[in-house]
Design a protein around this ligand. Sequence first.
Ligand SMILES: [Fe+2]
Length: 316
Amino acid sequence: MKLSKKILLVPLLLSTTLTSCSGANKAYAVADYRKTLVYHDNFKIVQLTDLHYGVSTDFDEANAYVTKEIKESSPDLIVITGDTFMNSNAKIVNKVVSFLDSFDVPFALTYGNHDFQGDYSSDYIGEVLTKTKNAVFVDYADDDIYGKTNYFIDLVNGEETKYRLYIIDSNSYWQSGLFVGYDIIHEDQIKHLEKIAEEYGKVPSLAFFHIPLFEFTDANNLYKEGKIEGTGTNEEKCSVGYQKSDAFLRMKNIGVKGMFIGHDHINDTTLLYEDVILSYGMKSTAEIYHDKIGYASINLTSSSLSLNDIEKVVLK
Ligand SMILES: [Fe+2]
């Protein structure tokens, strides 16, 4: 993501306690991370991302964008891929979560690198979300998996899971000496995903997280050379994690057909890379830097996912 002057003024809270567990490192059963929703053909997911609600937000403007995005698309499920908050406080969290809940549409959420830069504990957003009527959300403050959201939503038709949505925390920052980079999805998180697939079966799946994998850069290079199919344009570099991992391959191996991220606000490509769709969301409010504002719509049909099933809708 492009660091504007505004962002540089925001203190980076680099404590590892922000993303790691604070409690007893309890091992929960895989079943405890599972949510279900009833699937139907043309199940529509709307991905919102990087809302960046904070103390300097123009709430009328931001809420007007979000309202339009949800009302216009009328989704079966909203998935928010991180940075819902930045430079925020508990009152804002309460207000925004209650606003999101007011649409009476199920919504899932994972975190970005900025969500915990606020005047509240690292468990606060999760606590507020779990009290809502419509959040489809799991976070255990005392579990033994790195990060906060490591849950999954099975879209079911009777006993059959037609699609699975992995809601993954790609964490925030990584620091070694003076070097500060973005974190990655950790090894134990990937193992947890593999355990889910082992216990509940390998089904067509989508993964939602915030920070791009290295494969997003590789795919964009191939796209620019005309070697792979896709749509959209990346107008800034893909701000990947501090090191390459095998997360892409291992997620692909458990049936992930599409990966949906945020983080780089003016990138909006949807690319078909090694049989997996790699897709940026669209920045969904005008906060921070905001050349493109809108949402991504994902239309699920049968058990395949193609580039045509994903539409980026630009409001501004
Ligand atoms: Fe962001």
